[in-house]
Design a protein around this ligand. Structure first.
Ligand SMILES: Nc1ncnc2c1ncn2[C@@H]1O[C@H](COP(=O)(O)OP(=O)(O)OP(=O)(O)O)[C@@H](O)[C@H]1O
Ligand SMILES: [Mg+2]
Length: 254
């Protein structure tokens, strides 16, 4: 599935955060989205999933040519869009097992019947794969989970739902080196013609494992630069200052 973002603009509380985003994520590609704090990365992720707090003031977002901006978050998820949150929320009163079952059922509603025994074996296999203790099935979603456990749980959801397009908002932040490898393993397992991902990150290390096809840099609400993986090395070495200098005029004039 191909994701095309054309001149996307969005505001919160009357303040424009996304100032005309252009970005294409080709089918089957892993792309990285980097950019300084406050540049609008999480805002973009939330707007793509239809978070109600943001007002979209212009532009188009196409999934295989279909404009999704008028669709509800549920509809977007059923079309195959998935968001792993930068700050996963705690939900009291619902266990991981129940939550995942419901979410998977919702997905299958539009994609045929869910077979409960294959669901359960899939769940067990995915938990083993991500080295998550089976006991977690009975714990309440994210309640009392460590930062790293929450992130791992986001990847478990992703493996179960098998989205066509995953937006991963700093899933690598706060992970120890083993957890980072586990998360990367989860993404690499889904890699293929039926899976694309936009990986939002500040760090080179996760990208070493994921080998993104392209890297985009968001700066003050615009994608100001796109390139190959070498762009990550350049950022790591030089920070964002050179981008500010290179693009200052560009941003001011657009
Ligand atoms: N509810 C809000 N009210 C006012 N401003 C907001 C609100 N939500 C977000 N913003 C502003 O939007 C800008 C972009 O925030 P966003 O969270 O998208 O940045 P980010 O690129 O994800 O940063 P980080 O790398 O720190 O996660 C920030 O300046 C932030 O303060
Ligand atoms: Mg963010």
């Amino acid at each position: 599935m191909k994701l095309e973002i054309h001149d996307l603009r969005a505001s919160i509380g009357g303040k424009e955060i996304l100032k005309g985003i252009d970005l294409t994520l080709e089918t089957g590609e892993i792309n990285a989205l980097m950019g300084p704090n406050g540049s609008g990365k999480s805002t973009l992720a939330n707007v793509l999933l239809g978070h109600p707090n943001y007002e979209v003031t212009g532009g188009r977002v196409l999934l295989d040519g279909i404009d999704i901006l008028e669709k509800t978050t549920d509809e977007r998820a059923r079309m195959g869009l998935f968001l792993a949150f930068q700050y996963p929320v705690e939900i009291g009163g619902i266990t991981i097992g129940k939550f995942l079952k419901r979410a998977t059922e919702e997905m299958y509603k539009s994609n045929g019947r869910m077979d409960i025994s294959s669901y359960l074996s899939d769940l067990r296999e995915s938990m083993n794969f991500l080295e998550i203790d089976q006991q977690f099935i009975n714990r309440y979603l994210n309640e009392g989970f460590s930062g790293g456990e929450k992130k791992r749980m986001e990847i478990l959801q992703m493996l179960m739902l098998k989205p066509a397009i995953a937006i991963m908002d700093e899933t690598d932040s706060g992970l120890d080196i083993d957890a980072l490898k586990v998360v990367a393993r989860g993404v690499n397992k889904l890699k293929g013609d039926n899976f694309s991902a936009l990986v939002i990150t500040h760090y080179q290390r996760i990208l070493k494992f994921l080998e993104p096809n392209r890297v985009h840099i968001l700066y003050q609400g615009k994608v100001v630069m796109s390139g190959g993986p070498e762009l990550v090395d350049e950022l790591e070495a030089r920070g964002y200052d050179w981008i500010k200098e290179d693009t200052h005029e560009y941003v001011a004039n657009n």
